[in-house]
Design a protein around this ligand. Structure first.
Ligand SMILES: *Cc1c(COP(=O)(O)O)cnc(C)c1O
Length: 382
């Protein structure tokens, strides 16, 4: 780890091509490779198993998360599925109660049928986590910060609980990206990304990734990646290599815009609550400062009612109404019906996912333009 983050993002795995000197890793859009004689090849046999463009992307991601190995998948969901397949049937998994809806659906409607048992707990409360560990628990699974109310899990503290009981601790690091948070360095065993979001960063691909520290787990994941086969195309890996070169500058601008909007919202009479870990008023701001090197580009605001939320969304000019997040363009979403419709109403209420809640994914447009856009939309609903 001799070099800084941006230097690693631009160079690791992306050395000039030894054959031609091309400074960009070539797109090896091939499914198979010549063998000189039966079984005699140059390390590449078939592109589900190995592909040079994918290998470059995985090497790069390994360096960014400070792990020992990374595995690229066709989507974030495929990455999560691969990680849960590490567990034997009958395993008990402690998962955060406020996870991405797709993860909850995968756990409850797919993996629970195959003999895994999931229990959902408040990961912000360490005593709750400690008390919930059973003799058959094998994994703790968390996202931090969470979507959409930006609650934090103390990665170092939960790692300690996990390791006291020989459990794997998995962190979905999609919201912060490795630029602002590196869970493996804080004690987590496995990091997951929806590459679709900040790593891809341009709303033009769907992808996933897993990064690990332990070489035995790496070997199992490599086996699963090939045996199950949910791999990304060489072209998508090539797009990721291109995207990641600007991750550091993009994240800085995402954060600058989110902070400016969070500060505006905190002062504005139309806003009841602002959820952004970069504000000193965030209940876990100190933890955020301790385990993250920035606060990211996501924030949510509560406008008090569905009517006001809809009017605000309607008035926005630059923010596009859409699911997803982490792209260069600013997006707005209405969690109750768009991303969190499947969450039971009682849990939604407890988590603060109200009818007045609006989530903003701040892009990298000019700060003044985004602030002016949010200001005029808030003024209209005040
Ligand atoms: C989007 C998302 C996922 C799922 O990833 P896909 O690439 O859509 O399959 C998982 N976790 C989080 C936190 C996400 O935001």
């Amino acid at each position: 780890m001799k070099y800084g983050f941006a230097t690693r993002a631009i160079h690791v795995g992306q050395e000039p091509d030894p054959l031609t000197g091309a400074v960009v890793v070539p797109l090896y859009q091939t499914s198979t490779y010549e063998q000189e004689a039966v079984g005699k090849h140059r390390g590449y046999e078939y592109s589900r198993t190995q592909n040079p463009t994918r290998a470059a992307w995985e090497k790069n991601l390994t360096a960014l998360e400070e792990g020992t190995a990374a595995f690229a998948f066709a989507s974030g969901m495929a990455a999560i599925d691969a990680v849960l397949r590490l567990l034997p049937p009958g395993s008990h998994v402690l998962a955060a109660e406020d996870m991405y809806g797709g993860t909850y659906r995968l756990f409850q409607q797919v993996l629970a049928q195959t003999g895994l048992e999931f229990q959902y707990v408040d990961m912000t409360d360490l005593d709750t986590v400690r008390m919930a560990v059973r003799s058959d628990t094998r994994m703790i699974y968390a996202e931090t910060p969470t979507n959409p109310t930006m609650r934090l899990t103390d990665i170092a503290a939960v790692s300690e609980i996990a390791h006291q009981h020989q459990l794997l601790f998995v962190v979905d690091n999609t919201f912060m990206s490795p630029y602002f948070q590196r869970p493996l360095t804080l004690g987590a065993d496995i990091v997951i990304h929806s590459v679709t979001k900040y790593l891809g960063g341009h709303s033009d691909l769907v992808g996933g990734a897993v990064v690990v520290k332990d070489s035995a787990i790496a070997e199992q994941l490599q086996f699963l990646q090939n045996a199950v086969g949910a791999v990304p195309s060489p072209f998508d890996c090539w797009l990721c290599l291109r995207s990641v070169k600007t991750l550091a500058v993009r994240m800085e601008q995402h954060q600058k815009n989110a902070l400016a909007i969070a500060q505006l919202c905190e002062e504005h009479p139309a806003v009841h609550i602002v959820y952004y870990p970069g504000l000193p008023s965030h209940p876990q701001h100190t933890l955020a400062q301790r385990q993250m090197t920035g606060f990211g580009g996501m924030l949510s605001i509560d406008l008090g009612s569905k009517e006001k939320a809809f009017a605000f969304i309607d008035r926005l000019q630059i923010f596009t109404l859409a699911e997803s997040l982490g792209g260069v363009e600013s997006l707005v979403c209405y969690p109750v019906t768009m991303t969190h419709a499947s969450v039971p109403e009682s849990l939604r209420r407890r988590l603060g996912i109200t009818e007045g809640l609006v989530r903003l994914s701040c892009g990298i447009e000019d700060t003044a333009d985004l602030v002016a856009d949010v200001q005029q939309a808030l003024d209209a609903v005040a």
